[in-house]
Design a protein around this ligand. Structure first.
Ligand SMILES: C[S@@+](CC[C@H](N)C(=O)[O-])C[C@H]1O[C@@H](n2cnc3c(N)ncnc32)[C@H](O)[C@@H]1O
Length: 414
């Protein structure tokens, strides 16, 4: 999230958010940097729309051009129309872009366009918004390449915006709203506080650490928990593809949120049973997800405080996008709770987090780390740091994952 899950999501919630943001920024600035105006209008009903949603090709192409070790999309943050000393101003555009995009998502413009292109008057009526203000924001979002503005005055969804329709299959609306929620904006007003003191800008702004704040504000806890249901991104899919969870008879998902990952894991591994272990107010909502899912007979829900105790009796303890929410001392306390639950058995610890690349290398995890630091007082980590924490809690490495993006680190008890 973050990324996005953000340290949550991981702001991984931020990781999840990076794709629409990346697309938006990339399209905006790469076009500006080439001094190009859109000469061919993209028609919303045209097959060319799918090309508009294919940023990866563009990244590859741009990488080939400049030999950059970064994904070239990130180069789009600079405004190449400006003299070199001023190009960093491009970063400020992100505020305008994300503000405009969040606004249209909040008032559900994507929902209003789900059935096809509509005029501003129609969208305004459907969303209860001021037509002039709406037009100007839509125009900006379309210029940034997230919507299509037709010459007939109608706006349409582009593929990159389809995931922002409510309840869209594979969508990220809730993740997007969480990652751009005012409670996660405010810490950014004073990241310098974090620099000066090392303390969390979130705690400084709200008077409570993030998880105590969300516990005290059920509306915000709901925003977080809903977002975590969409805490899926290519890295997570890769883990399902590459890691054999079926070798375990009983897996605990520690800090598993409302259980979306465990649900998928159990669906894919019919011989495995699971324990969803998270805070009481979070797991209280899990029943809804599991009821009628076909795996409800193989799941137990455990309301816990992982600083105190984690349920025993499992042969794997899975913990995803959660340890990075905490500083080293607290992360080791969580790992020790897991180690105590494992006792004298050979159960495995499975950590899923960003595994940071080395100095100077591009890594979205390095940006997510700023969110971890400023919001949660947590941190993203490299291999050596994970091994040190695990060793402090009584674990030794059992695999050797490749750094960069999300990785599954397996440890055995020692
Ligand atoms: C960023 S979320 C990750 C959720 C899920 N693992 C995922 O990847 O989507 C971190 C989780 O830690 C849980 N958590 C925070 N403090 C906790 C505590 N003291 N005991 C148990 N769970 C806690 C939160 O409720 C939340 O579900």
């Amino acid at each position: 999230m973050p990324h996005i899950g953000v340290p949550f999501v991981g702001l991984h919630y931020l990781t999840s958010l990076r794709q629409p943001l990346r697309v938006l920024l990339d399209r905006w600035w790469s076009r500006a940097s080439r001094g190009e105006r859109r000469s061919t209008r993209i028609r919303a009903d045209d097959a060319t729309l799918s090309a508009a949603g294919a940023p990866d090709e563009r990244w590859t192409r741009m990488n080939e051009q400049d030999g950059s070790p970064r994904p070239a999309g990130m180069d789009g943050w600079f405004d190449r129309n400006l003299p070199p000393r001023q190009q960093v101003l491009g970063f400020v555009y992100a505020k305008w872009a994300i503000g405009a995009l969040r606004a249209i998502v909040e008032v559900k413009v994507p929902d209003a366009l789900a059935d096809g292109p509509r005029t501003v008057a129609e969208i305004s009526a459907a969303t209860g918004t001021d037509p002039d203000a709406l037009y100007r924001v839509l125009r900006a979002v379309a210029a940034a390449g997230v919507l299509h503005e037709g010459e007939d005055g109608r706006f349409a969804l582009l593929p990159v915006c389809e995931g922002l329709v409510s309840d869209a299959e594979g969508g990220i609306r809730d993740m997007f709203l969480f990652a751009s929620d005012p409670m996660l904006w405010r810490p950014y007003e004073d990241v310098a506080h974090t620099l000066r003191t090392g303390g969390s800008a979130f705690t400084h702004a709200f008077g409570l650490p993030f998880y105590e704040y969300t516990k005290a504000h059920p509306d915000k806890a709901a925003v977080l928990d809903r977002a975590m249901l969409q805490n899926r991104y290519p890295g997570t899919e890769r883990i399902f593809d590459e890691f054999d969870f079926g070798r375990f008879a009983r897996i605990a998902d520690v800090g598993g949120g409302r259980g979306h990952f465990l649900l998928e894991l159990l669906r894919r591994n019919p011989g495995t049973t699971g324990v969803l272990a998270d805070q009481p107010h979070t797991v209280a909502e899990a029943k809804e997800l599991f009821d009628g899912s076909g795996v409800e007979d193989r799941v137990t829900v455990a309301p816990i405080d992982f600083f105190t105790e984690v349920p025993s009796g499992c042969d794997a303890y899975f913990i995803k996008n959660t340890l990075h929410n905490w500083d080293d001392d607290k992360a080791v306390r969580i790992l020790r709770s897991i180690r105590a639950a494992i006792g004298g058995t050979d159960a495995r610890l499975l950590i899923v987090e960003n595994l940071l690349r080395g100095p100077g290398e591009w890594d979205i995890g390095k940006l997510i780390d700023v969110e971890s630091l400023a919001v949660l007082g947590g941190r993203e980590r490299g291999r050596a740091e994970w091994n040190r924490l695990a060793a402090d809690a009584g674990f030794a490495p059992a695999n050797d994952p490749v750094p960069g993006d999300v990785a599954l680190l397996e440890y055995r008890p020692v």
